[in-house]
Write a protein that binds this ligand. Sequence first.
Ligand SMILES: [Zn+2]
Length: 78
Amino acid sequence: MPIYEYICDDCNNQFELLVFGSDMPECPECKSGNIKKLMSACSFKSNSSNPGEAPKTSASSSACSGCSATSCASCSSG
Ligand SMILES: [Zn+2]
C-alpha cells in the first residue's frame, strides 16, 4: 500500500499516511486539512523555486558554529 509523507501547514507536523483513492487526509495533530504531500527524498532535486526551504536533517542539530557537522575538532568538547 502506498504510504505518503505529509507536512501540516498549520502546525508543521510531519506524518505518514496510507492513501486510498483520492481522499484528502488531515493532520492527526490539529485535524487541519491544510497539508502538503512531500516527495520522497530521492526525487528532491534543487529544481524547485523554493530555496528557502531547508532540507530535513536526520541528526540532532548540535553542530558547532564553525562547521555543519557534529564531529569536527571544535565540536568535540563533549
Ligand atoms: Zn497540524
